[in-house]
Design a protein around this ligand. Structure first.
Ligand code: ZN
Length: 105
């Protein structure tokens, strides 16, 4: 089953834009970013392999959940949770992500 990644995701009252910008991720030195002040999640579709930006996307989504549910994980815990989530969604449920709405800026 294909699931289209929307341009925005909403968690509780918070709406985060989903963007792709290799320029911004590189400038920050990160593979992906979640910025609570700007309410966006930025991945790098342009230069990263698909498996990496998909894992990075879930990593950032988990940071958003962590923030708004007042949890406190290490970044390594977030990575492990993201890998676990990806394994369940992709390998067990057969979900594929459709990134066609998220254009590199
Ligand atoms: Zn992180």
């Amino acid at each position: 089953m294909k699931v289209k990644i929307p341009k925005e995701i909403r968690l509780l009252t918070h709406t985060y834009k989903i963007r792709s910008s290799s320029k911004e991720t590189r400038a920050s030195g990160a593979m992906a970013l979640s910025r609570h002040l700007h309410q966006d999640i930025i991945i790098d579709k342009a230069t990263m392999p698909r498996s990496e930006y998909e894992q990075a996307f879930f990593h950032e989504v988990l940071h958003v959940i962590e923030r708004h549910f007042s949890m406190n994980f290490t970044d390594e815990d977030i990575d492990r949770l993201a890998e676990g989530l990806v394994a369940i969604l992709f390998d067990c449920l057969g979900i594929e992500l459709d990134w066609s709405q998220i254009k590199e800026e």
